[in-house]
Write a protein that binds this ligand. Structure first.
Ligand code: NAD
Ligand code: UGA
Length: 494
């Protein structure tokens, strides 16, 4: 097993593989980095000379790609050659929640990871370090090792050796480049034998090109795997905690931002991740917590499982609560009413919409026959329609069950909307002014900075009255908007 590498491959050119490898290539010009994917369109977009076409929108990413691409950073669909040539292979493929069979709706679907391991086993002719970059359940390295070793067993004596490392990624979307350039820590877990130690050394050497050594943590492999799920569970738990309190603030007249500030100044609690919202989204928090819950049930720890599951249930509740407030305020029905959505992405500064609260809020408003008009600075119409269509086919059972359990929110089981119905009721606009014209209400779903800078008087003048604003991110200037004449409701604002 090499303890230094000059050739890296990464399988999966998504939100993690693309930016992570671009930064490794930028910071390590002596290492050739090839990112491969089975999706040819994605690879073509990564190779597009027009950098605005990169498949992942992240502030600063275009400059990193411009610096390293075709120097030592390459994007390709030739998975086999990349595997063959590399000494170190990152697996950075998607690990979504299973939508079928055993563990449906809870466990991580590891079929893509397994396919990568099988492909590496088939193609490799020399020793390789295999790095888990995807977020995986604890003990997945064991499964990868079993697959890799089975190829070695098949050809004893001539076959390559493998070492499996866990190197979870902690970047957040929207700040990926900043996070990668200056991570709080890099975590590397490895096997305890000599090969494992050499492999860890090789990966530490890569990061040490720009990350101070004291921030590169090395652990046992199982600790590293479990730390990733734990980090996401803790982060999401803070959001659900403050969102739970936002409901109490609304009943009592307390202001959730003041409460968050007051508790956040306690250094033991800290100020970050205490922003109340319409609910967390993103491809990972829900998926990773459900995966943790599944693991706890698997290991017969039902109390631990229930504890973490509550974080996701509370998040479902928060999305419903926001929607219910819109319907209640608009005189108990939104049927035929025009609701403008500002934002569709799951957070600002990204074009990613996976699990965005906006999708769930829209779906529930559509169940009540609303007309929805969306403006998002980075999300195209095709994505919005695809998100709504996907939800129709993949509602989580928990989500359906949660609906009638909210007091006063007795409703039918959600109807499945056809693509045609979705297209009739949902309209996507190129400007915020077009989206909000003649609207009965505006819902702010994403915290894009530009939303604060609009001509709110102009928006007010073009809306139906009373003009309601539901600020699901608490980003707008409430006093200013009230002065104009808006009826504004925020999250946790008594
Ligand atoms: P993604 O869906 O954006 O990208 C995954 C890519 O892998 C896709 O382009 C897909 O075509 C490709 N792929 C799948 N199977 C393949 C195969 N056999 N060969 C070649 N390519 C293949 O996913 P992502 O957001 O980059 O997430 C990847 C992993 O990283 C997940 O496990 C996720 O939990 C984890 N993660 C994500 C983030 C994030 O911010 N998105 C942060 C930390 C960790
Ligand atoms: C999150 C973690 O922050 C990363 O460390 C991790 O690597 C990543 O998941 C992952 O594993 O995929 P990400 O989902 O990209 O990153 O973005 P976050 O900034 O964590 O935001 C997640 C969601 O929580 C967003 O919808 C955001 O709007 C919401 N949020 C965040 C709040 O509602 N309140 C907050 O205080 C913070």
């Amino acid at each position: 097993i090499p303890n230094k590498v000059t050739n890296i491959a990464c399988i999966g050119a998504g939100y993690v593989g693309g930016p992570t490898m671009a930064v490794i290539a930028q910071k390590c010009p002596h290492i050739k980095v090839t990112v491969v994917d089975i999706n040819p369109e994605r690879i073509a977009d990564w190779n597009d000379t027009d950098l605005s076409k990169l498949p992942v929108y992240e502030p600063g990413l275009d400059q990193v790609v411009a610096e390293a691409r075709d120097r030592n950073l390459f994007f390709s669909t030739d998975v086999e050659s990349a595997i063959r040539e590399a000494q170190m292979i990152f697996i950075s493929v998607n690990t979504p929640t299973k939508t079928y069979g055993v563990g449906k709706g809870m466990a991580a679907d590891l079929k893509y990871v397994e396919l990568c391991a099988r492909q590496i086993a088939e193609v490799a002719t020399e020793d390789k370090i295999v790095v888990e970059k995807s977020t995986l359940p604890v003990r997945t390295a064991q499964a990868i090792r079993t697959i890799l070793d089975s190829s070695t067993d098949a050809m004893p004596g001539v076959s390559p050796r493998f070492s499996v490392l866990s190197n979870p990624e902690f970047l957040a979307e929207g700040t990926a480049v900043k996070d990668l350039h200056n991570p709080d820590r890099v975590l590397i877990g490895g096997e305890e034998d000599e090969d494992g130690q050499r492999a860890m050394e090789a990966l530490v050497e890569v990061y040490a090109n720009w990350v101070p050594r004291e921030r590169i943590l090395t652990t046992r492999i199982w600790s590293s795997e479990l730390s990733k799920l734990t980090a996401n569970a803790f982060l999401a738990q803070r959001i659900s905690s403050i969102n739970a309190l936002s409901a109490l603030c609304e009943k009592t007249g307390a202001d959730v931002d003041e409460v968050a500030h007051a508790i956040g100044t306690d250094t033991r609690i800290g100020p970050k991740f205490l922003k109340a919202s319409v609910g967390f989204g993103g491809s990972c928090f829900q998926k990773d917590i459900l995966n943790l819950v599944y693991l706890c049930r698997h290991f017969n720890l039902p109390e631990v499982a229930d504890y973490w599951e509550q974080v996701v249930k509370l998040n479902d509740y928060q999305k419903h609560r926001f929607t219910k407030q819109i319907i209640d305020t608009l005189f108990n029905t939104v049927s035929g009413k025009k609701i403008a959505f500002l934002g569709w992405a799951f957070k600002k500064d990204t074009n990613d919409t996976r699990e965005s609260a906006a999708i769930y809020v829209a779906d529930e408003l559509l169940q009540d026959h609303a007309e929805i008009h969306v403006y998002d600075p980075k999300v195209p119409a095709v994505r919005i329609y695809a998100d709504l269509e996907y939800l129709q086919a993949h509602r989580r059972p928990q989500f359906v069950i949660a609906t009638p359990t909210i007091r006063g929110m007795q409703s039918d089981a959600p109807a499945t909307l056809s693509s045609q119905e979705i297209r009739q009721l949902v309209h996507v606009h190129k400007t915020p002014y077009a989206a909000t014209e003649k609207a009965h209400a505006i819902a702010v779903l994403t915290e894009w900075n530009e939303f604060r800078t609009y001509d709110w008087q102009k928006i007010y003048d073009a809306m139906r009255k009373p003009a309601f604003v539901f600020d699901g991110r608490n980003i707008l200037d409430r006093e200013e908007l009230k002065k104009i004449g808006f009826e504004i409701k925020g999250i946790g604002k008594g």
